[in-house]
Design a protein around this ligand. Structure first.
Ligand code: HEC
Length: 454
């Protein structure tokens, strides 16, 4: 049985499908032959996903390309589209010379010039950054430490007494957030992978106060019954933002993709709570029998960024797709974001997930990145140091090692600029009180900031 299934998987592997049906005309490396070059970014018959899929399905009888709609199913066609775009991006990366900033160079980009300053390079996977009103910076290290940076100096000792975390795979100490009324109440929120029985773990949130270098007054904000905890080290989430007295946070689907559609499960969702952990009575599923009452949206795969757009009532989210189909979403109460019923991606091993990229009753992403950049954290820019970046959305990328600037008009993305690339996975981003952009990078774990160089 197992042999049988893996044989099916192999036959469906997109590289094999390509080699079997396409390579004879388009070349083993997509470089072209009888058929055109598929990686030169020249598209005679339409560059977008929909047109590429149409050509594969229907063929181009006049030009001599047969249609494959009868041989390949929609999911296989979709995976070929992802594969062609992946190979095209790889080829484009080799052609282009990207901006790789160093502390001694000035990066002149479209709207502003900046320099990159390294504040510390002594951290291990700096997962999240938050600022206290006095300017001190809190940084979580995924390994389980809450660190403080005071006047650009990393304090040698982590905060003592923070929760024990399940630091394996993608799990560990995740987001840190500071209550908007911190000056009055002193609350700091921590999201982390909470160890359960038998090697399981799930995302939990606590709040506490920092007193003389210690974590004090801890209260649980979000902790689910241990019977719902899961094994495996992927897709914990978790980002947190405050808005109007509520705490919004993301919870990855923990690798159990069908749970994202299951309202009785907390994973694969965006949630809303009061700041003390109570469930708001007007949450979209608060009155539905069996539903997880804190759910705000569902069908979310592995959200890594969450932010309110300044001056609006809009909650935005970034989420990792599988192989292809990383998403930028505008999150609305009660809506279904589709995973895994619809997606622009395929499985990591090249086998298809589904041919469906859209369906009634399911939300479309504002944009998707196919191939994946492994989209990470996000922040809207509302500082003063870079006036022409005001209102822009900045997103980070892990695998692609990028920071991107997105220009928005209404709820559309009209332009993307890669600010820099190739100096490490960019895990976290925050706009500082000084208006500079602070980033957490990996290998080595650094906190850097972009300062104006005009
Ligand atoms: C018998 C040869 C042949 C085979 C097999 C074939 N193609 Fe093509 N393909 C062509 C030709 C010819 C064109 C048209 C090129 C042109 O217009 O210059 C084309 C065009 C395309 C285009 C559009 C390119 C553009 O510039 O817009 C895509 C995408 C494409 N093929 C994908 C595939 C895929 C995927 C497969 C395998 C499932 C495949 N082809 C198999 C011959 C072939």
């Amino acid at each position: 049985m197992v042999v049988c299934l893996s044989a099916v998987a192999e036959a469906q592997d997109v590289r094999r499908v390509y080699q079997e049906y396409c390579a004879s005309c388009h070349g083993p490396n997509l470089e072209g032959g009888l058929g055109g070059n598929l990686v030169d970014d020249v598209w005679k018959h339409g560059a977008d996903d929909e047109n590429i899929a149409r050509v594969i399905r229907d063929g181009l009888p006049d030009a001599g390309m047969p249609g494959f709609g009868a041989t390949l199913n929609d999911a296989q066609v979709r995976s070929l589209v992802v594969y062609i775009l992946e190979m095209g991006t790889r080829a484009a990366m080799q052609r282009r010379d990207f901006n790789r900033p160093t502390p001694t160079t000035v990066s002149r980009r479209e709207a502003h010039a900046f320099k990159l300053e390294v504040i510390t390079d002594e951290l291990e996977v700096p997962w999240s950054i938050a600022f206290l009103p006095d300017g001190r910076m809190l940084v979580t290290e995924r390994a389980g430490r809450l660190r403080v940076i005071d006047k650009d100096k990393l304090l040698p000792d982590p905060i003592r007494g923070t929760p024990e975390v399940w630091a394996r795979g993608q799990g560990g100490l995740l987001a840190v957030a500071v209550h908007p009324a911190y000056r009055e109440n002193g609350w700091v929120y921590l999201a982390y992978s909470d160890p359960g029985a038998g090697g399981t773990a799930m995302t939990a949130i606590v709040r506490g106060r920092i007193r003389a270098g210690r974590w004090a007054d801890e209260e649980a904000v979000f902790r689910i019954p241990e019977s719902l905890y899961k094994r495996g080290g992927v897709h914990f989430g978790c980002r947190m933002v405050f808005h109007d007295g509520y705490l919004f946070f993301t919870h990855g689907e923990r690798g159990a993709q069908d749970d994202a559609q299951d309202l009785t499960r907390p994973n694969g969702k965006v949630h809303r709570l009061h700041d003390d952990g109570r469930v708001p009575e007007d949450n979209p599923f608060a009155n539905e029998a069996d539903a997880f009452r804190s759910i705000w949206s569902y069908g979310n795969r592995n959200p890594q960024g969450l932010a309110w757009r300044p001056g609006t009532d809009e909650l935005w989210e970034t989420e990792h797709g599988p192989r292809g189909g990383d998403e930028l979403n505008l999150i609305r109460a009660g809506r279904n974001y589709g995973w895994p019923v619809i997606t622009y991606g395929m499985n990591y091993n090249g086998t298809p997930i589904t041919g469906l990229t859209a369906k009634d009753g399911m939300e479309q992403p504002v944009i998707h990145w196919t191939p994946s950049i492994a989209v990470g954290d996000m922040a809207f820019y509302d500082g003063k140091a870079f006036p022409k970046w005001k209102g822009n959305l900045f997103v980070t990328a892990l695998a692609a090692e990028e920071v991107r600037r997105l220009v928005l008009e209404g709820d559309r993305v009209t332009h993307q600029e890669i600010l820099f690339k190739g100096i490490g996975r960019v895990r976290s981003i925050a706009v500082g009180p000084d208006g500079f952009i602070y980033l957490g990078l990996e290998n080595p774990g650094r906190i850097v900031r972009l300062v104006s160089a005009e």
